[in-house]
Design a protein around this ligand. Structure first.
Ligand SMILES: [Zn+2]
Length: 109
């Protein structure tokens, strides 16, 4: 399962940096075009965080929208799904936002 591996690597990264800390909140940024399902990450987080400094921490996920820049007409627009299509009809689009998956903040007690 894709999300399990992702969640595991996020938890590993936090444990590596903050071993021994008591983490209260972990905020992740999962772009809407990343292909990662936030609900699955929430589910996996429960499993993966058990027994680590993240056990019992609140997981907050923010989902920034996607954005694309059209190479045909130069327009920039919001992307609602992963299919790159400019309102002008061109699919020659560079995705400029929404594919990120990163730790935005960690709040320690
Ligand atoms: Zn266009």
């Amino acid at each position: 399962m894709h999300e399990l591996a992702i969640t595991q690597s996020v938890v590993d990264a936090v444990v590596e940096k903050l071993d021994g800390a008591d983490v209260r909140t972990l905020t992740l940024e999962i772009g809407r075009l990343s292909g990662v399902v936030p609900d699955s990450v929430r589910f996996c987080f429960e499993l993966v965080s058990a027994g680590t400094v993240l056990e019992g921490a609140t997981l907050t996920i923010v989902e920034p929208p996607g954005a694309g820049a059209c190479r045909s007409c130069g327009d920039e627009f919001t992307m609602e799904d992963a299919f790159p299509l400019c309102p002008c009809g061109s699919a020659d689009v560079e995705v400029t936002a929404g594919r990120q998956l990163k730790i935005r903040s960690v709040e320690v007690r």
